[in-house]
Design a protein around this ligand. Sequence first.
Ligand code: B16
Ligand code: MG
Length: 217
Amino acid sequence: MQIKACLFDLDGVIVDTAKYHFIAWKEMAAGLGFDFTEKENELLKGVSRMRSLDILLEIGKITKTGEEKLRLAEQKNQRYLEYVNQMTEEEILPGVAKFIDDLRSNGVLIALGSASKNAPLIMERIHLAEKFDAIVDGNSVTKAKPDPEVFLKCAELLKVKPHECVVFEDAQAGIEAALNGGMKVIGVGSPENLSLADYLIPGFKKLDYELLSKWYK
Ligand code: B16
Ligand code: MG
């Protein structure tokens, strides 16, 4: 198989914004009178903002109206943005920029497939946007991962077929989205919840185009 494109998730793959999401959600939970743990935060990875809020409220056994939920989601996002606005390219996870450069010099197209509505801002803050041939994020999809919409849109924009794409994901919902779209998928991070991926990597330090091509020859 010829790898024509690599599609990257953002949070947990290119940068670790989960820690900022966690602080913002934890503060909100505290304000609502309950504790929110780091373990529970795992449930929110790769999940949309509104769905994340629903999960948080379920944990706290709290019911809110639709209007209140919109206000809470906005409040959380403002807090999260205080951290995002301070991000620099130093927050790009180890090996990622080098790997992307290596892919590009071998003619592989690069796209971002993220659930985050803040993805364009983050990509700008870390100066990585110019290396991407397409960006699809939470502003342009209607169905959340594990629906394959976000990755299929990437393939469409890049004019490549799904089976010519390799997706890099750190969350189970994202791995399922890639598989549902008929794509190859590599899990990034620790093995829990990533068992469906074709291969697992702890990070990008030891990966290059040559090794990737061997895996998918
Ligand atoms: P926002 P990804 C996801 O990013 C995060 O993993 C998830 O925790 C977050 O709720 C979601 O983006 C929405 O983020 O509030 O910025 O729209 O992993 O799909 O890049
Ligand atoms: Mg992710």
